[in-house]
Design a binder for this molecule. Structure first.
Ligand code: C2E
Ligand code: MG
Ligand code: MG
Length: 333
């Protein structure tokens, strides 16, 4: 409400009067004394702090950057999580989701994680943000399970946090309360900054039953040594190799050999960014275990996910199992 109300000076006066009355009420409550007064005053002062932050964002001449707004975004309930379904290639069932963070900024609109995660890392906000994502994931996983769909939720964990021992301890204790499987997705940058610290945390997570997925595989400089060391259960092949799968000569070879390599290391393979039936068919033939991409479903909020799963009885909709196209493919199986 305030976002639309606070755009002009005139309306700002109305809000100022609200603030005054809220403040007066808070003072009155304190004057009454006792528990009720103190509790109400506490709530009002929280409300005042929120109002103050929101007003500061809209004051004329106050040039605020995204970074300035980041610290208040969780408190102001502007962050929310979405879920992108992952399809088991053989059975055609949705087996789990990846949790993807979004920021509904009051003036800038919807902001994707590529525009604020590194900012949060630089500003020291990533820990608080990740803790919120983990807690929220547990809540939404439970709600979905209560609606009849118990499934695995994969959370992206920033490389910087892996080396923080107390974050790992916090994560272990928190995830222990989850009602279903939880996985952590990490990128290889985690191993560059503090390999020992990152490995220690990953082993702790894996020993506690948290499944580790190597994210964006192939996009960086991943080495075989890196693959060998990590206690990972899942390898996610980066979108850049999947999107041109049916048009490139080299990508199918790279993807095929990566699938074989991962299987030899006892890992399951997820293809990221599956956005065409041709890629999907090819991946299935290549033995890819799981698929994720706009062809299967876009990231969605919990309500939509529930409806999607209810409607299709846990199966992915409208994706034919076989394609004539594949018979024409030159890829050998
Ligand atoms: P990611 O973990 O590799 O997530 C997959 C990204 O690919 C998501 O972008 C998803 O929307 C997008 N995607 C999935 N299928 C398709 C497709 O078929 N076509 C195209 N063009 N894109 C597809 P998103 O949500 O913008 O996330 C970007 C990255 O931000 C993620 O990449 C992840 O590294 C990071 N991220 C997201 N949420 C979090 C979070 O809670 N914490 C941290 N630390 N990072 C996060
Ligand atoms: Mg990911
Ligand atoms: Mg990825």
């Amino acid at each position: 409400m305030f976002t639309t109300l606070l755009i002009s000076r005139g309306v700002f006066l109305i809000d100022a009067s609200i603030i005054i009355s809220v403040a007066a009420a808070a003072l009155a409550a304190m004057a009454v004394g006792g528990w009720v007064g103190a509790t109400l005053a506490g709530r009002w002062s929280n409300g005042l702090a929120t109002l103050r932050r929101r007003i500061a964002r809209h004051l004329p001449g106050a040039e605020r950057t995204l970074a300035d707004d980041l610290s208040a975004a969780v408190l102001d309930r502007e962050m929310f999580i979405t879920h992108q379904p992952k399809l088991r290639a053989r059975s055609g069932t949705i087996e789990g989701v990846e949790v993807l963070l979004r920021w509904q900024h009051p003036t800038r609109g919807l902001i994707g994680p590529n525009d604020f995660i590194s900012l949060a890392e630089e500003r020291g906000e990533i820990r608080r943000l990740t803790e919120w994502v983990v807690r929220q994931t547990l809540v939404e996983q439970r709600l979905l399970a209560e609606a009849g769909h118990l499934m695995a939720f994969n959370i992206n964990i920033s490389a910087r946090l892996l080396a923080e021992r107390d974050f790992s301890e916090w994560a272990l204790a928190t995830v222990a309360e989850a009602c279903g499987p939880i996985g952590f997705e990490i990128t290889e940058t985690a191993m560059i900054a503090d390999p020992e610290g990152a490995l220690r945390s990953l082993h702790l997570f894996a020993d506690a039953g948290i499944k580790i997925a190597i994210d964006d595989y192939g996009a960086g400089l991943s080495s075989l040594a890196y693959l060998k060391q990590l206690p990972a259960h899942e390898l996610k092949i980066d979108r850049m190799f999947i999107s041109s799968l049916s048009s490139s000569h080299r990508d199918p070879l790279l993807v095929r050999s990566t699938i074989d390599l991962a299987h030899a290391l006892d890992m399951e393979v997820t293809a990221e960014g599956v956005d065409s039936p041709a890629s999907q068919a090819l991946l299935k033939v290549m033995g890819c275990d799981l698929m994720q991409g706009f062809l299967i479903a876009k990231p969605m909020r919990l309500g939509e996910l529930r409806a999607y799963l209810d409607l299709n009885d846990g199966k992915a909709p409208n994706i034919p199992n076989e394609f004539n196209w594949i018979e024409k493919s030159s890829i050998r199986t």
